[in-house]
Design a protein around this ligand. Structure first.
Ligand SMILES: *Cc1c(COP(=O)(O)O)cnc(C)c1O
Length: 386
C-alpha cells in the first residue's frame, strides 16, 4: 500500500466515522488471483451471448422497464406490481436498509454463517448489524432470534444459504414471519432459488405484507456481469422502495438483455444450465468424498459445494498456485476448515479433483518419525513436508 500523509487534512478523516471503520466487501474480484479456473464467485462458467435490440442511447432509460417487469412477474408467478428491478440483488439489500432503518436507532438481523453483504450494507449506512448464529445444522435459532428482535426493522434470511448451501426450513421462515408481523420486514434472499425452484416463498406474498424476496440474474441466468436483480413484495412495500431507488437504476443495454434472458428461449436455456450444474455438483460431491484431504462435504441445493478440509489453507494455496481459485470460508463463524467450490464445467470440476487427489489427509499426513534415540537426527525430520 502507498503511504498517505496522516495529518488532520487527510480526506479519510473527513469521511463518516462508520465509513472510515468499514472493511469493504471482499468480493471474489477484489481478492484477485491469477487463475484459469474461477470457482470463487458462484458464477456460471460459460457466457451466453446477446445482441442489443435498442440503440436509443440518447434517451434516459425507463426507471422500471415494463417488459422486464412483465416477464419476470410471469416467470416468478407474481403480479407486475409486486416486482422491482434494480442493479443486482446487492442493491435490493441496500434499498431495504435505506428505506426501513434509521441509522443509530434501528437494527438489521442476520444469522451467520451467511452472505457478507448484509453486514457491509448495514455498516455503510451506520445501521447496527445484529447477529444470531445459526444452529449447528445451519437452521434458524428461532428462540434466540425472538429474544434479539428489539429494535430490529429488517431480518435477512438466505435460502438456499450462501455459503452453506442448505435450504432454511420453510416452517421456520413462516414462524419468523408471524413473530415479526407489524414490526419488521423479513427479506428472504433467493439468489440461488433456480437450483431448487420448489422451495420459493413467492407464493406467500398474499399472506405477508412484510415479506420481501430477493432475486438475481447473476447465478442461474449466467449474467453476473449484467448487474440485474429483483425484489418481490406486495405493492405497498414496492412503493416504499420506489421512493429511494435511483431515478435510472438500469441502463438501456441492461434492460434490453434482461428482457431477452427472460424470454421463453432464455428461460429454457436457464433450465438447461441448472440441470447441467446439478449433474456436475452430484459428480463433484462423490469425487470429493473420495479425497483424503476432504473431511466432509455438505449437501447443497445450489451451484456450489461447501467442504471441510483437514488443512484448508494449504489446500486453498495449493489449488491457487495451480490456477484454481476457490473461496476461503475458514474465517466465517462456524466454518473453520471450510472452502466453497463453485460448480464449473465438468472439465473444471475434474481439474479440482485432480488437484485434490494427491493432497494428504489427516490419516495419511506426515507423522513425526518415532524418536527414541539420537540415531534420528532432527535435521532430517525437519525436512518432512508440512
Ligand atoms: C450473489 C448473491 C447476491 C448478489 O447478487 P447480485 O444480483 O449479483 O448483486 C445476493 N445474495 C446472495 C446470497 C448471493 O449469493
Amino acid at each position: 500500500m502507498r503511504e498517505t500523509t496522516n495529518n488532520s487534512a487527510s480526506v479519510t478523516t473527513l469521511a463518516r466515522e462508520n465509513v472510515q471503520r468499514l472493511t469493504p466487501y471482499q468480493s471474489a474480484r477484489r481478492l484477485g488471483g491469477n487463475g484459469d479456473v474461477w470457482l470463487n464467485a458462484n458464477e456460471y462458467p460459460l457466457a451466453p451471448t446477446f445482441e442489443l435490440t435498442a440503440q436509443t442511447f440518447n434517451r434516459y432509460p425507463e426507471c422500471q422497464p415494463v417488459e422486464v417487469i412483465r416477464r419476470y412477474a410471469a416467470y416468478a408467478g407474481v403480479q407486475p406490481e409486486q416486482v422491482l428491478v434494480c442493479r443486482g440483488a446487492d442493491e435490493s439489500i441496500e434499498l431495504l436498509i435505506r428505506a426501513f432503518c434509521v441509522p443509530g436507532k434501528d437494527a438489521i438481523l442476520y444469522c451467520p454463517p451467511t452472505y457478507g453483504m448484509y453486514s457491509v450494507s448495514a455498516e455503510t449506512f451506520g445501521v447496527e448489524g445484529r447477529t444470531v448464529m445459526a444452529k449447528e445444522d445451519w437452521q434458524l435459532d428461532l428462540p434466540a432470534i425472538e429474544q434479539a428482535l428489539d429494535g430490529v426493522k429488517l431480518v435477512y434470511v438466505c435460502s438456499p444459504n450462501n455459503p452453506t448451501g442448505n435450504l432454511i426450513n420453510p416452517d421456520d421462515i413462516r414462524s419468523l414471519l408471524e413473530t415479526t408481523r407489524g414490526k419488521a420486514i423479513v427479506a428472504v434472499d433467493e439468489a440461488y432459488i433456480e437450483f431448487c425452484p420448489q422451495a420459493t416463498v413467492a407464493g406467500w406474498l398474499k399472506d405477508y405484507p412484510h415479506l420481501a424476496i430477493l432475486r438475481t440474474l447473476s447465478k442461474a441466468f449466467a449474467l453476473a456481469g449484467l448487474r440485474c436483480g429483483f425484489t418481490l413484495a406486495n405493492a405497498e412495500l414496492i412503493e416504499v422502495l420506489m421512493k429511494v431507488i435511483a431515478p435510472y437504476p438500469l441502463s438501456t443495454p441492461v434492460a434490453d438483455i434482461a428482457a431477452q434472458a427472460l424470454s421463453e428461449q432464455g428461460l429454457s436455456a436457464m433450465r438447461q444450465r441448472v440441470a447441467d450444474v446439478t449433474n456436475n455438483r452430484q459428480w463433484l460431491r462423490q469425487q470429493l468424498e473420495q479425497c483424503d484431504c476432504v473431511e466432509q462435504v455438505f449437501s447443497s441445493e445450489s451451484n456450489y459445494l461447501l467442504a471441510r478440509f483437514t488443512a484448508a489453507s494449504s489446500v486453498f494455496k495449493s489449488l491457487w498456485d495451480q490456477g484454481i481459485i476457490l473461496r476461503d470460508q475458514n474465517k466465517q463463524p462456524g466454518l473453520s476448515g471450510c472452502l466453497r467450490i463453485t460448480i464449473g464445467t465438468r472439465q473444471e470440476c475434474q481439474r479440482v479433483v485432480d488437484a485434490l487427489r494427491p493432497l494428504p489427509g489427516a490419516k495419511s499426513s506426515v507423522r513425526v518419525p518415532f524418536v527414541n534415540d539420537s540415531s534420528v537426527n532432527n535435521n532430517s525430520a525437519s525436512k518432512e513436508p508440512m
